[in-house]
Write a protein that binds this ligand. Structure first.
Ligand code: ARG
Length: 462
């Protein structure tokens, strides 16, 4: 890739060759070449616009487009020779184009700078990736709804402080995950709006002296808006920061779900089993089946969070407009994209392999006095003030701890020691099913509410 004979497109004012190590140090082609399609698409739009306003002839434009199509084919066939001496994707492609078509190739950069070119490429690239990520996100949401539907009537102990709190429907729990991701999907689309703005035409920073038609270029590239200010256009990376935040947020969500999955497959919880194809064994302990996929996702959230901080730090001291610092925006962004896409994909594939051990979940929900609030509510409904009933139930729980009995396992006589108001119907609310079914309002865990939430969720992502 290192070629001394390469003529630098900016070489005119230089008398000495670039230091070889500096050349490699300042080059970005190793990582920005993944934007080759967007770079070519942007150049075709730019050339088309230049010919429309009379800066290029039709022949020149056609020759540029043909040449760029050939360059793209070479790249895709793996025949393109990338050069570090040509620094980045932009100069690599332009130089190859000029070799192929001659002088017309040298005119492509008229009225343009790599500063607005790279900003355009990044926006086109990120827009494409956002659209793919949105599809993966929705696929995972659908998998969660399907699992929720299968397990509407499955009882899970709901936790606070990781202590058994109240029985809930496992379907309800899956829908909690769904809601996180629904907000993430909205955030992603909101971010896309600010990605979808054309910087091209800002040139180096001040605009250009040619009679360009930026709105025409925007239309060709399907940008919704044209950047209003040329300095802002070349120096703004907010759209990358926003995306890195969304990626970190989604990964943080996936990391929380992963943490729950890891707990649930453990021998201590034993709530679920995961497909063999998503687990791995141990090289020393033959009995092991480890939840490597969720563990790795939990770990990878560290990268996306780090990338967000890297981007914030990259931007915080830059004077306007473009600075070479901005070349450092690519690796964190690409890493966040790759990490997020792969994690969503594997998570969406893994969820349908989850087998719920319903008996174990229910048994766990029976522990830890999870229906204590139900007993308190029962007393309140019979006229006892909530604070008094809290006190009464607290005493019943104390008795249960001392005698190793859950509330639902106590006889009516035992319960009546704490309040004479308690009658036979108490057993309806002391079961986890009764407790769950009683939370029967919008957003509650009663199975019939969960069913309605499932059908609303399906409509919301339709
Ligand atoms: N490779 C550069 C980057 O990623 C392209 C823009 C270079 N512009 C410049 N004036 N050196 O930011």
């Amino acid at each position: 890739m290192n070629d001394k004979s390469v003529v630098k497109p900016w070489g005119g004012r230089f008398t000495e060759a670039t230091d070889v190590f500096v050349e490699a140090f300042t080059a970005s082609v190793e990582f920005d070449r993944r934007m080759y399609k967007q770079d070519i698409r942007g150049s075709i739009a730019h050339a088309t616009m230049l010919s429309k306003v009379g800066v290029l002839t039709d022949d020149e434009k056609n020759s540029i487009i043909q040449g760029l199509d050939q360059v793209q084919a070479e790249i895709e066939a793996g025949e393109f020779e990338w050069s570090i001496a040509l620094e980045d994707i932009h100069m690599n492609i332009e130089s190859r184009l000029t070799k192929k078509i001659g002088d017309a190739g040298k005119k492509l950069h008229t009225g343009r700078s790599r500063n607005d070119q790279v900003a355009t490429d990044m926006r086109l690239y990120l827009r494409d990736e956002i659209d793919e990520i949105a599809i993966e996100l929705k696929r995972l949401q659908n998998a969660l709804i399907d699992l929720a539907e299968r397990e509407v009537n499955t009882i899970l102990p709901g936790f606070t402080h990781l202590q058994v709190a109240q029985p809930i429907s496992f379907g309800h729990h899956m829908l909690a995950w769904f809601e996180n991701l629904q907000r993430d999907a909205e955030r992603l689309q909101d971010c896309r709006k600010r990605v979808n703005v054309l910087p091209l035409g800002a040139a180096a920073l001040a605009g250009t002296t040619y009679p360009i038609d930026r709105h025409f270029t925007a239309k060709l590239l399907e940008f919704e808006k044209v950047a209003e200010n040329s300095l802002d256009a070349v120096s703004d990376r907010d759209f990358i920061l926003e995306f890195c935040f969304v990626a970190a947020q989604v990964m943080t969500h996936l990391s929380r779900y992963s943490e729950e999955l890891v707990l649930w497959v453990s021998q201590q919880f034993d709530f679920i089993e995961m497909g063999d194809s998503f687990c791995t064994g141990s090289s020393i302990m033959p009995q092991k089946k480890n939840p490597d996929v969720p563990e790795l996702i939990r770990g990878k959230a560290g990268r996306t969070n780090g990338n967000l901080v890297a981007m914030l730090t990259l931007m915080k001291s830059q004077p306007f407009a473009y600075n070479k610092d901005n070349q450092e925006d690519k690796e964190p962004l690409f890493d966040s994209i790759d990490t997020l896409k792969a994690s969503l994909r594997v998570f969406a594939d893994m969820i349908p392999t989850v087998k719920v051990k319903r008996e174990n979940m229910r048994a766990a929900a029976m522990k830890g006095f999870s229906t204590a609030t139900d007993l308190a509510d029962y007393l309140v409904k019979k006229g006892i003030p909530f604070r008094d009933s809290h006190e009464i139930v607290g005493k019943a729980v104390r008795y249960g701890i001392d005698n190793e009995k859950d509330l639902g396992e106590m006889s009516l006589g035992e319960l009546q020691q704490f309040s004479a108001i308690i009658e036979e119907d108490i057993y309806l609310v002391l079961t986890p099913e009764g407790s769950c079914a009683a939370r029967d309002h919008f957003g509650g865990t009663a199975p019939n509410q969960v069913e309605q939430a499932i059908s609303r969720a399906r409509q919301r992502i339709a």
